[in-house]
Design a protein around this ligand. Sequence first.
Ligand code: FAD
Ligand code: NAG
Ligand code: NAG
Ligand code: NAG
Ligand code: NAG
Ligand code: NAG
Ligand code: NAG
Ligand code: NAG
Ligand code: NAG
Length: 619
Amino acid sequence: MTSTLGTLCALAALFPAITTSIPLIPRYISENEILAAYDYVVIGGGTSGLTVANRLSEDSSKTVLVIESGPIDDGSDSFKIPYLGRGYLNYGTKYDWNVTSVPSESLGNRTMIIPQARVLGGTSSINGMQFARGAPSDYDAWEELGNEGWNFKSLEEYFKKSENFTAPSEKLSEEFGITYDESAHGFAGFIHSSFPRFLWPQIKNWVGAMKSLGHTVSQDPANGGALQLFWSPSSLDPDTETRSFAREYYDGAQDRPNFHVLLDTTVTKLLTFGNETIRIDAVEFLSSAGATKKSVKVKKEAVLAAGTIFSPQILQVSGIGPASLLKSLGIKVVVDLPGVGANLQGHVYLYNAYQLTNVSLSAANLTTNTTFYNEMYELYKTKRDGPFTNTGSNIIAMLPLSDIGLDNFQNLTSAPSEPFPHSDTSISKGYRAQLKVLLRHLATTSMAGVELSWINEVGGTIFSVMHPLSRGTVTTASSSLLTNSTPTVNTRYLTHPLDTRISIETFKYNRKIAATGEMQVLGPVEVSPGPGVSTDEQFEKVIKEGPNYMYHMTGTCSMMKRELGGVVDTELRVYGVQNLRVVDASVQPLIPAAHLQTTVYAVAERAADLIKAGSAWRE
Ligand SMILES: Cc1cc2nc3c(=O)[nH]c(=O)nc-3n(C[C@H](O)[C@H](O)[C@H](O)COP(=O)(O)OP(=O)(O)OC[C@H]3O[C@@H](n4cnc5c(N)ncnc54)[C@H](O)[C@@H]3O)c2cc1C
Ligand SMILES: *[C@@H]1O[C@H](CO)[C@@H](O)[C@H](O)[C@H]1NC(C)=O
Ligand SMILES: *[C@@H]1O[C@H](CO)[C@@H](O)[C@H](O)[C@H]1NC(C)=O
Ligand SMILES: *[C@@H]1O[C@H](CO)[C@@H](O)[C@H](O)[C@H]1NC(C)=O
Ligand SMILES: *[C@@H]1O[C@H](CO)[C@@H](O)[C@H](O)[C@H]1NC(C)=O
Ligand SMILES: *[C@@H]1O[C@H](CO)[C@@H](O)[C@H](O)[C@H]1NC(C)=O
Ligand SMILES: *[C@@H]1O[C@H](CO)[C@@H](O)[C@H](O)[C@H]1NC(C)=O
Ligand SMILES: *[C@@H]1O[C@H](CO)[C@@H](O)[C@H](O)[C@H]1NC(C)=O
Ligand SMILES: *[C@@H]1O[C@H](CO)[C@@H](O)[C@H](O)[C@H]1NC(C)=O
């Protein structure tokens, strides 16, 4: 209530003439109320955008506008309750951009669904809430690619800054053997990280199985231990057992009179100025209700935070991208930047599912017994306890390739030498540089090649190649954007044979896990892909026909040297433009072996510091 009043007063001060027409919940402003110019215009009110906007608006002398294409969430169970809210209920709704990739030849011409939230808070509003950092090698690899100053050590303070960690209860840690290292965590950040109050008992069997196969449990993924087996917290408020997400960066700043948010409004173009030295003069937008494009002036910087799929689309329609693409669409080339929309990487999850026939309480009870479901829902509503607090994956194994029996993976005689068809040498050079760094690390035990995560609903694991060598593309489908324009996404998943090989070996490894004594007491009966699948050829068919979703996309505005096909420099500034940065997941040049949100928050926190330090102006 106080914050609502605070905002009302603030707005009244800014817009004295229209005070009477301001609605009673002025949490965000309407199109008629925006200022003519802002110091910073943030494009996309998602995970990274709200992080940066909050930090920039800490300085009350600077005005900040966020333009978000989606609405504010309605606070319903599908956002809030962990068991219900793991994204799935929001796929294909008005809170999702509903992106489908084009048929990929490497997948037998199948398409993939790419969930991308369209709501204040972005994809953090619908994601799986898994909240662990990658291993040091994942970030050190960025520096080895030529990004000086970007490594695990230098990101630590920003991982901490975004986080508010709550240790698991003594009872829970003792029962499950959860360990943690408080010194590696933050305690004053906006995003809660904690463990759900309820964990399914079968987790113990899986941990036992993994240990019997020689895997050790790391103390904490936050302190560099995101390798082998580890306990991962969730982005979960420990008091209410509800989702903690980027909306909290907005909630924490909504009292500030210098912070404005425009919802249901889509950025359609960055208006550039000059020719030798290009700068962003204004940002053009279109409200979902209105039919006329308008624009707002940028005094200092434009901050692109529309995510891995949409940031390259916005750059391309604004004339910043591969000249050949832009010319083919009749877009005037402002900066020829071949890397915009290139280097797309993502995690595609496969699963090995079992029916557990010798258990007295498992996730299956929720789906087969309505009485039980209702009781557990009631337990959650009244006591914030039970299976509805569970986010699904709190125990993770990040395994090096040698651990799944892939020791000779460097034999890649049939691998393509180019990431995708293109006509620019910087793309070839960049891809080769990435392969060199990745293949060196993947031959060691300090970089994970694959993730296995025990999911009770699966009665087994979901797993994914963590450092895919396949590269996809994002290209705008037309020369201008409207409110529902989505780009052409070609995932090209499995174009590199190592990605397929890793998936085949992991399927086999899952069978080994299921065969351990610790798992056998649960009476597992394989349901997917099923006992009929056993040869490499059969597994390969399952892999090509199986994955339907791509998650955790990065790379389409990569931080890399320009001669390697990079889009932004180490201060996240777009090459060839004076006052434009990209701060979202798209700048991560190599996807880490982690679910992405901790990294997205950390990079965005650091971006805010870079912007505040005033390094905007390129000579
Ligand atoms: C289904 C799913 C599950 C995931 N699960 C996990 C998980 O469990 N743990 C984890 O760590 N990570 C997870 N991730 C990854 C993580 O959530 C994302 O990487 C991260 O949220 C991306 O942040 P972002 O800022 O790059 O983009 P987003 O958070 O997606 O923000 C982009 C915002 O820009 C807006 N936008 C786009 N175009 C325009 C435009 N033209 N004008 C105005 N606004 C625009 C969008 O509407 C959106 O709100 C998951 C991802 C997906 C897709
Ligand atoms: C999402 O896309 C699919 C495939 O293109 C389409 O069938 C479906 O109707 C779309 N859903 C919404 C809500 O627009
Ligand atoms: C995929 O589509 C291409 C182009 O339409 C076609 O040439 C090819 O035969 C198709 N492949 C499969 C496996 O269907
Ligand atoms: C961190 O989270 C705890 C638990 O919800 C809360 O009590 C505390 O106030 C939070 N700290 C900050 C700085 O927000
Ligand atoms: C930039 O402006 C100069 C001087 O007006 C002109 O000669 C040149 O062709 C322009 N360059 C581009 C790329 O438009
Ligand atoms: C869960 O399901 C199993 C198998 O049907 C059953 O034996 C068990 O009693 C159920 N447990 C609860 C708590 O309902
Ligand atoms: C269904 O759940 C109820 C409530 O927990 C329990 O009493 C009942 O035995 C369960 N039925 C089965 C078939 O497991
Ligand atoms: C590498 O692959 C080729 C072609 O499949 C095969 O002939 C060769 O034996 C392999 N070498 C090693 C070291 O596995
Ligand atoms: C079934 O589970 C019980 C309880 O864990 C165990 O004692 C028993 O040995 C299991 N049965 C089989 C056949 O493994």
